[in-house]
Ligand binder design. Sequence first.
Ligand code: MD6
Ligand code: FE
Length: 209
Amino acid sequence: MSAILEVKTAVEGFRLWPGALDAQAQTDLVDAVFARLEAGPFYRPQTPGGRPFSVQMSNFGPLGWVSDPVGYRYQPTHPETGRAWPDIPPVLLDLWDATVGEPRRPDACLVNLYREGAKMGLHQDKDEADLGAPVLSVSLGDAAMFRIGAAQGGRTTTLRLDSGDVCALTGPARLARHGIDRVLEGSSRLIPGGGRLNLTLRVAGISPR
Ligand code: MD6
Ligand code: FE
């Protein structure tokens, strides 16, 4: 991992490393993701209210985040195939070590695929057993407009996430509200079939310090 530059952001604890992954690293990571999709294919989950997400999802690692009419949770198997999720690409664990300074390793990597028109509403990441560990996010493919605001509510700020950008919710921003307002379709040719991939690494289970 080469030295990566972190920039100051408007929300305390929201950390951004623009261009953390160079073009080759992005291509290699997309290959690592697609190589795992046969064992853990994308599917379209439902909200607890029974509506389909516009985003397609899969997971890597011992635990995967799922949503269905029962609710949100982490589970060790794919809801449609019943198989264990594929492993987290090792390069993502290196990226975790190089950025967030968190000794616990992530045990869950949510994979979001945004094809045409997909977006993600404002939400908080709060289904993890211990909300003390950061969440690290990697953007690949088409650029996206990312909105973020404090956990308590109030005004939000919007920034563009480009392919290769890495960001994290840490400390006071761990429960920040955030979402993807829109994807700038066709702004990248990285993803086979087009669109945007987002990988979110979390310490989801009970992992003693
Ligand atoms: C996305 N990201 O970028 C959605 N969550 O597609 C997230 O929901 C997210 O970017 C936690 C931390 C960083 C994130
Ligand atoms: Fe999130």
